[in-house]
Design a protein around this ligand. Sequence first.
Ligand code: FAD
Length: 391
Amino acid sequence: MRASYCEVAIVGAGPVGCAIAVGLHRAGVQVQLLDRRRFTPDDADYDTRVYAVSPASARLLDALGVWPSIVAARASPYTHMQVWEHDPTQALHFDAADVRLPVLGHIVEHRVLQQALLARVPAEVLRVPAAIRACRIDEDAAVLTLDDGSRLQARLVVAADGPQSPLRAMLGVDVVGADYAQTALVCHVRTQQPHRETAYQRFLDTGPLALLPLADGGSSLVWSTTEADALLAMDDRAFCQQLAVATQHALGEVLECTPRRPFALRFQHAERYAGPRFALAGDAAHVVHPLAGQGLNLGFGDAASLIETLSRAHRARRDPGSPRVLGPYRRARAAAAREMLLVTDGLYRAYRFQRPGWRWLRQRGLTLVNELTPLRRALVQRACGLSSSDA
Ligand SMILES: Cc1cc2nc3c(=O)[nH]c(=O)nc-3n(C[C@H](O)[C@H](O)[C@H](O)COP(=O)(O)OP(=O)(O)OC[C@H]3O[C@@H](n4cnc5c(N)ncnc54)[C@H](O)[C@@H]3O)c2cc1C
């Protein structure tokens, strides 16, 4: 079979791969986006899966022309965040006004985000279903062999094919990582009291629990816990009661819940983010604990950086797959991911110690952040993906 050709081939049409494809196509780069699954408009698979999209990610989506259709479909802004461990009256409060922003972020369903991005990918760019069987790196091209036996040559191949990333394995890139002793339970709930555009997070002895405000007045639950099996085995009534207790009735009683979906949690970091004729992006490069809701935001940071790097190379007629072009991307994004891994993994570990001395230290830490406005402001800026000059 004859090989087809493109400048950049992106494997994986999840949110990160789609964003890169849209950005590069708009910059005039000849791009192909491949995914092993066929996307259908009523893809309900991820119905309960939502993301806390940071202002920096919203800016990227806006620049790609995607954000208005997300807002028109369904996006729930949140302006406040409350974080506590044992005593809700001592909660740490974050406020969008602290950083002179209208919102701290938006809660967006996976399905809404995915469809808005796919709608911006031109038909001639998207190749689905197309799974990769092999990848060979030659001096002047990466050569992909697809499941149907056809071949695609590209000057650069981008692995955006998720945490298991078959392409990363074909490229011989190792990962460091480990499973967390927690499973995330995800579902939507309806509560007695309104959420007031506030995201709530409580650190329990068994793991962190987050309630994220939804546009329909309900909340999305992400409960990372060592007791997932017991919580999954409960009937809805018992689960709702247990959740109300676990949240210390922050939103009153929990009235209803949708079916709970479990997600195994791990941290993972690729040993290289780019090499000759390849780059890694999104979960193919890094997986972080969802306690800070930053996994996809980190992936969108990769997307923004890669779009800028490759658009500049395209304008200057430079080879997109050369180590010189990819070097700054490799260094900058590996550093950003390491920082996020340190924060999320550090928080995960800090809250696992249950000795009274540690509890006291953590509560002092929260109180201190509450009292020190500049420190609180700096934390909010980082979570929003903004630099200090943005606010
Ligand atoms: C419980 C939970 C809650 C989370 N909450 C948040 C949050 O609030 N905010 C946030 O920012 N992040 C959150 N995350 C993280 C977020 O889900 C991920 O970071 C994000 O989905 C990664 O997107 P991606 O495009 O890199 O990969 P994926 O969404 O995994 O997409 C990968 C794509 O590659 C395709 N693919 C795989 N193999 C092949 C192959 N061989 N050939 C072709 N195609 C292939 C797949 O079909 C898929 O479409 C959460 C994660 C979990 C587990």
